[in-house]
Structures are given as C-alpha cells and as structure tokens.
Design a protein around this ligand. Structure first.
Ligand code: CP
Ligand code: NVA
Length: 310
C-alpha cells in the first residue's frame, strides 16, 4: 500500500482496494473514538480551504466539522469571492492557496477544473463533487453499507435514476472493491461512457459485477441496497423539463421497493426531491438510511483528511 500523505483524493479509481478498505477502517475507528469523546488532534493547526462553486449543506458542514474535530480549521470560499477561472485563472488560485493552506477541497462543475487545480497545487486536492464524480459521498456510503449490512461483498447494490456523478463514483468504487452493482437509468441518461468502460475493465481484475438494466423493476429484483439521487443535478436546471419525462418509471416508491430484498436498505445522497426520485413514504420509511449516510460523510472525510494531510 502506497503512503497516503500528500496525495489528492479526486477519483476512487486512483486508489487500490486495500487503500479504500484502509480509509473505511480508519473512518470507523475515528467514529468510535468520537463517541468515546476521545480528542484526536491529528491535524493540529492545519488549514483546509473549501472552494465552492455550487451550493452545499452536507459537504460544507462535514468538512468544516471534520477539520475542527481533528484540531485544524476550514476556510469557506464561496463562488462570489473566488470566481474560479473567471476572476482569476485556476492555476493562480492553486499556486496562491498552496502557499497558505495545507489542503484544498473543491466543489465545481467541470471535472477538468478539479484536475487543473490539482495539477498546479502543491498541497493535496480533494474532490467535493464535480459533474463527473462525488467520491467523498461514496466513501460515506460504503461506510453506511458496511455498518448496516456488516459487509460489502455478497450483496446486490442497485442504483436507480440518473447516471450522474454519484452513480459514476459508485460504479468506480464497486469495480475497485469487487462489488455487485446494478445501474438502472433511462437509456439517454446512462453513467459516463468512459467511466463505465474503465469500470468494466477493472471488474475483470477485481471480480466485480457491474450490470446496466434499463428496466428498474428487473434491476432492483432482490437488491440489498436501493440507491437513488436527484434526476436533475446542480448545474443542469435548464434541462429540467427535457429530463423529467424520462425518469418517471425510475421513482423509488413502495411498489418498486417491494421487489427488492425484504431487508433492503434505501440510500439517497441528499438533497432529495421528495415526490420525484423518491416518495415520502420510502424516504421516511423503516428501510431508509439516508440520515446515517449524511452523518457518515463526516466520519469518512475525517479519515481521508487525517491520512492525506496528517
Ligand atoms: N450529498 C451532498 O454532497 O450534499 P450537499 O450538496 O448538501 O453537500
Ligand atoms: N447529483 C447531485 C448530487 C448532490 C450532492 C448533484 O450533482 O447535484
């Protein structure tokens, strides 16, 4: 296993199965110590800049709290202040921040912005969501599945809805870890083709089973995890009317959920559009683990931060 120190966290594909498992193990340990009220100042006086070009609740709060709980500090930089690539070139933002802070988290539109920032920054860069990937979300989700199901292997995960950033990162993680993941999206809104091709090839090595099935009722058959996300991601609001018509059969409601395993858990990265991709009944129902998922963002990111900045 390579050392984590100084590495970027941009795409789960950049890490091995062993490394992902080690991050999850560290997250569980940090979560345990938090509940025991043990102080862990692994990042004493370290500062993380949070560059946001899109809104956030979970990502912002969990990163700020993660730094605070590890003895460091986070600085929120909103779109009005920085104007990434508009007020100032990404290269200059990277070089200036690298002289002042110990790490940079970025939430942006084009994934190439994350790569460009990381290319010029001399401190670690963490992807807090791009149009292509949301790796920190999936780390928290893997932790949640592990806690709820006791394992990641020998379970069927089914993502239903839009083949978006969350779906792409889930597919990548499954390919790296050797998991069984089914994806059910309208044919027009499949996961990214390059990501899918990479995952198929990585699956040959890891033993993962990655399946696309356009029919959601077939895809969720006996699933242990049913995962959904919004049909219109941030930045795609203008496509709302054009998109929404294709997604109606992909709603996670009681009827669809009844086809999954009896003890299936329901996941959503949130924010949720209740009544669109998920009904109130399912979101508030006994199988939903959405709030545990949200909380686990904190624990997973603490592990990532402690390992790469520590
Ligand atoms: N799941 C997630 O990333 O939530 P926010 O957009 O609120 O950060
Ligand atoms: N797919 C959603 C995830 C939000 C956390 C979006 O990009 O808006």
């Amino acid at each position: 296993m390579q050392s984590f120190k100084g590495r970027d966290f941009i795409d789960i594909a950049d890490f091995s199965k062993e490394e992902i498992e080690y991050i999850l193990y560290t997250a569980l340990e940090l979560k345990r110590r938090l509940f025991l009220k043990q102080e862990i100042s692994l990042l004493k006086e370290k500062v993380l800049a949070l560059l946001f070009e899109k809104p956030s609740l979970r990502t912002r709060v969990s990163f700020e709290l993660a730094m605070l709980q590890l003895g460091g500090k986070a600085l929120y930089l909103g779109p009005q202040e920085v104007g990434l690539g508009k007020r100032e070139a990404i290269k200059d933002v990277a070089l200036v921040l690298s002289r002042m802070v110990d790490g940079i988290m970025i939430r942006t539109f084009a994934h190439s912005n994350v790569l460009e920032l990381a290319n010029y920054a001399t401190v670690p860069v963490i992807n807090g969501l791009s149009d292509l990937h949301h790796p920190c979300q999936i780390m928290g989700d893997l932790l949640t599945i592990k806690e709820k199901k006791g394992r990641l292997e020998d379970i069927k995960i089914c993502f239903v809805g839009d083949g978006n950033n969350v779906c792409n990162s889930l597919v990548v993680a499954s390919a790296v870890l050797g998991l069984e993941t089914w994806v059910s999206t309208p044919p027009q809104y499949k996961p990214d083709a390059v990501v899918w091709e990479w995952a198929e090839s990585a699956s040959k090595k890891s033993g993962a089973k990655i399946v696309y099935e356009a029919d959601p009722s077939k895809a969720v058959e006996n699933a242990d995890v049913v995962y959904t996300d919004v049909w219109v991601s941030m930045g795609k609001e203008a496509e709302y009317e054009a998109r929404i018509q294709y997604f109606k059969p992909y709603q996670v409601n009681s009827n669809l959920l009844s086809r999954a395993a009896e003890d299936a858990i329901v996941m959503h990265c949130m924010p949720a559009h209740r009544g669109e991709e998920i009904t109130d009944e399912v979101m508030d129902g006994p199988q939903s683990v959405v709030y545990e998922q949200a909380e686990n963002r904190l624990h997973a990111q603490k592990a990532i931060l402690a390992l790469i900045l520590g």
